[in-house]
Ligand binder design. Structure first.
Ligand SMILES: [Zn+2]
Length: 232
């Protein structure tokens, strides 16, 4: 790689030329190879070093701050924003079309770790994903993998709720589904109003979850039962 040209700049130029949106909550995996990722981590390390220098933190003599720039760069790419750079988790769909096919509701609870795109503060919570089993089924762990792939970006909880619903619909083909998220936001707890017990709830309902009162009630009853079983 020619060091005179910064790779991040080259990738941004390409996305702009393609009219590809690259907001904090967008997946841009098709523009980044594994090899690119290590180069981008090097570039981000340099940039974080500048931020620490500007914050007047002695990263040369403070042993705790010595490797911080690199730790931050790796954490962004490989952990808290990994859902932007990694392709969608493969979710093999199994047919659900035998004569004794399952036709009931399925509610999966997924632990979520995300980050608000406004302050880059942690968002911690749970998503309850409900579907009425359709023509195909995916493995139970895939619901959580998909939800976490959507969450590990810079998000707003409202957008995250929509993103999870859209990706679950894509993976399962289900038209009847609901996503309910309950989360606490670091940007309310650690700064601003410093409210430690504030909880935000968002709901996306589609198909019968939205239009049929019985289905909607069953979904929320299931959530309540799950919360009683393992409260958080
Ligand atoms: Zn925030």
């Amino acid at each position: 790689m020619d060091n005179s040209k910064n790779l991040a700049q080259a990738i941004r130029d390409k996305m702009k030329a393609d009219n590809k949106r690259f907001w904090a909550g967008d997946n841009i995996s098709e523009y980044i190879s594994e090899e690119d990722k290590s180069q981008l981590i090097n570039e981000a390390t340099k940039a974080f070093e500048q931020v620490l220098d500007t914050l007047l933190i002695d990263r040369e003599n403070d042993p705790n701050s010595h490797g911080t720039a690199r730790r931050l760069a790796k954490m962004y790419f490989n952990e808290i924003m990994a859902g932007r750079y990694d392709p969608s988790p493969s979710a093999t769909a199994f047919p659900n079309d035998s004569s004794d096919r399952y036709e009931g509701m399925l509610v999966v609870r997924s632990e979520l770790r995300s980050m608000c795109s406004h302050h880059h503060q942690p968002v911690t919570g749970v998503a309850y994903i409900g579907i009425i089993a359709a023509e195909k089924l995916i493995g139970l762990s895939k619901y959580t993998r998909i939800a976490q792939w959507c969450a590990r970006r810079g998000t707003l909880q409202e957008e995250l709720c929509n993103d999870i619903a859209r990706e679950i619909e894509k993976a399962t083909g289900a038209k009847d589904l609901g996503v309910y998220i309950q989360a606490v936001h670091g940007c309310c707890e650690n700064r601003g109003i410093m409210a430690h017990s504030s909880l935000t709830q968002t709901t996306v309902l589609k198909g019968s979850f939205k239009d049929d009162a019985g289905t909607k009630k069953e979904f929320f009853d299931n959530i309540k039962m799950q919360q009683e079983f393992a409260p958080r």
